[in-house]
Design a binder for this molecule. Structure first.
Ligand code: GDP
Ligand code: MG
Length: 292
């Protein structure tokens, strides 16, 4: 019998979530269209391997202490936890975190799904440090998302925890809509990398046009910020910054779509979009009907 289920990855910023997800999903990235009223827009990838299918969900904003808890994002992250069949709690090997995920995330009820404590960046420990940590955390999985060490063992362990079920998605489903969504995420991620901490959550990326029949593929994308001052930051002196963002994002998008891309990147102010429900919906954040 095949197995299939949802694996939700939670962890503080910089513990290596994206690195791990990229490694797990790898080139087998397959995509589904984001649908309103579900957590599907948090799907960062699907890994179908032999008779096991993992749907990987992300939990942005859940364990970010800097983050002014935005109710729409937190609700999405909590939903991703609730829907999980297995939760990976990723921590950095160098930071000794003793608290449970429930405590850190401020959950009122324990999670229904089993939590696998996953200690990442174990390549940065000496052999003796690793041994000591293994003794204090016998249940933890030790991995290096960067080198891949321990990742196959982790995947085997998770696979055995998933329910027996037919696959939840076709093995190779790809739709234009979902490609647009991921391209938007790649551009937003690139901008965040290059802007360091200057305006993390004020940035949204919208794909206004996507002509995949052209060569190069034509993509017009808009980075929306909330204020003029932010727009100036993103554009940079003489437009240098937005050019750098565009160049790096184009490289990633080309690798993703597998074709040359012309990326037409704009920066616009959409005043206070984070407090505007229709803007939030437009950017794929779903405002919950009930506050939890
Ligand atoms: P996220 O914020 O949790 O998504 O973390 P990222 O995946 O963006 O990783 C943050 C930083 O940690 C990056 O510089 C990664 O290259 C680095 N990193 C991630 N995993 C490992 C690892 O296993 N070993 C080492 N040495 N560095 C890692
Ligand atoms: Mg990340």
């Amino acid at each position: 019998m095949p197995r299939a289920g949802i694996v939700t990855v939670a962890g503080a910023p910089n513990v290596g979530k994206s690195t791990l997800l990229n490694r797990i999903v790898g080139e087998k990235l397959s995509i589904v269209s984001p649908k309103p009223q579900s957590t599907r827009d948090r799907i960062v990838g699907i890994r179908t391997h032999a008779d096991v299918q993992m749907i990987l969900l992300d939990t942005p904003g859940l364990l970010d202490p800097e983050y002014p808890l935005h109710e729409a994002m937190r609700a999405t992250a909590l939903a991703a936890l609730r829907e999980a069949d297995v939760v990976l709690h990723l921590v950095d090997a160098r930071h000794n975190e003793a608290a449970s995920l429930e405590n850190i995330a401020g959950l009122r009820q324990p999670l229904g799904a089993p939590v696998v404590l996953t200690i990442n960046k174990s390549d940065l420990l000496s052999a003796s440090e690793r041994d000591r940590l293994r003794r204090t955390r016998p249940d933890a999985a030790f991995i290096s998302a960067l080198s891949g060490a321990g990742v196959d063992e982790l995947l085997d362990r998770i696979s055995a925890m998933l329910p027996t079920s037919p696959f939840l998605y076709p093995e190779d489903e790809i739709s234009t809509q979902s490609v647009r969504f991921f391209v938007g995420e790649l551009i937003r991620e690139t901008a965040l990398e290059q802007l360091a901490d200057e305006l993390p959550y004020s940035l949204a990326c919208e794909i206004e046009e996507f002509r995949e029949t052209e060569s190069p593929v034509y993509i017009r994308a808009v980075l929306h910020v909330e204020r003029e001052s932010q727009k100036r930051i993103v554009i940079g002196a003489g437009g240098a910054r937005v050019r750098d963002i565009g160049r790096e994002a184009r490289r990633k998008v080309e690798a993703f779509v597998g074709a040359p891309v012309y990326l037409d990147l704009w920066v616009k102010v959409l005043r206070n979009w984070r407090r505007n429900e229709s803007a939030l919906n437009r950017f794929g954040y779903h405002v919950p009907e009930e506050r939890s």
